[in-house]
Design a protein around this ligand. Structure first.
Ligand code: KIV
Length: 273
């Protein structure tokens, strides 16, 4: 079974790795059997599974419902549960209680939290009590209202430096990995090179240690032409040999090379959404 130590070892060995979201028993079983080392029960499920316009309405109970199903389908992968909006923001105590539910009820091995700042202290507390934390910086969908939409972050030097310093603080606090979403390729590479902690990119260029995709986006429009495990295995192979993501999946700081096909369509979850 993949553990957080394996994920950290992947970086030490320079081994690129693939992460996918999973939201139900069957997809988790398919992806687990295809050898995806890390499965994320993302709050993107609110958009691709439940039809919400953003991830903000997703509740802890909804997340746990899906987390339990994923845990029943998976035996090899490291399972990470995404803590939804307002489930860890009120206090460290609230964050501990919610994270505990993800582990005890949801069958997850780790949790993911968006942002820096106050989240650094929460990360430190959770890791100190045995709950591994995956950070998430750059385009953080739970901040959609503050960001003025799902926009690429880190385009100015000031913003890029902030992402880098948040990443260093999360590393210091014990995060076992950090998702970098919707940032220019140079920022993804710069943060990755500055950290010992593995980075996992989505719309962050080819320079991150791992890549993550929303399951539905990996499958395109799910035409069902190819057996699903073939798509998953091809994704693992392309992340491993560095052919994914290509320039058409990456952003530049001046915004001139917006991807023809975004890792998330229009930085939105799910091609069909
Ligand atoms: O919610 C999610 O699925 C995510 C990943 C795409 C990183 O946050």
């Amino acid at each position: 079974m993949t553990t957080v130590l394996d994920v950290q070892r992947f970086k030490e060995e320079g081994r690129r790795f693939a992460v996918l979201t999973a939201y139900d028993y069957l997809s988790a079983k398919i992806l687990d059997e295809a050898g995806i080392p890390v499965l994320l029960v993302g709050d993107s499920l609110g958009m691709v599974m439940l039809g919400y316009p953003t991830t903000l309405p997703v509740t802890v109970d909804e997340m746990l419902h899906h987390a339990k199903a994923v845990a029943r389908g998976s035996h090899q992968a490291l399972l990470v549960g995404d803590m939804p909006f307002m489930s860890y923001h009120a206090s460290v105590e609230q964050a501990i209680t919610t994270a505990g539910r993800f582990i005890q009820e949801g069958g997850m091995h780790a949790v993911k939290l968006e942002g820096g700042g106050r989240v650094v202290e929460i990360t430190q507390r959770l890791t100190s009590m045995g709950i591994p934390v995956m950070g998430h910086l750059g385009l953080t969908p739970q901040f959609v209202n503050q960001m003025g939409g799902f926009k690429v972050q880190g385009k100015t030097e000031k913003q890029a430096a902030r992402i880098l310093s948040d990443a260093k603080e999360l590393e210091q606090a014990g995060a076992f990995s950090i998702v970098l979403e919707g940032v220019p390729t140079e920022v993804g590479t710069r943060v990755t090179q500055a950290l010992r902690t593995p980075t996992i990119g989505i719309g962050a260029g080819p320079g991150t240690d791992g890549q993550v995709l929303v399951f539905h986006d990996m499958l395109g429009l799910t035409t069902g032409k190819a057996p699903k495990f073939v798509a998953a295995q091809r994704y693992v192979q392309e992340v491993g040999d560095g052919t994914f993501p290509g320039p058409e999946h990456s952003y530049s700081a001046n915004g001139s090379a917006a991807p023809a096909k975004a890792p998330r369509d229009e930085v939105k979850y799910g091609s069909g959404v």
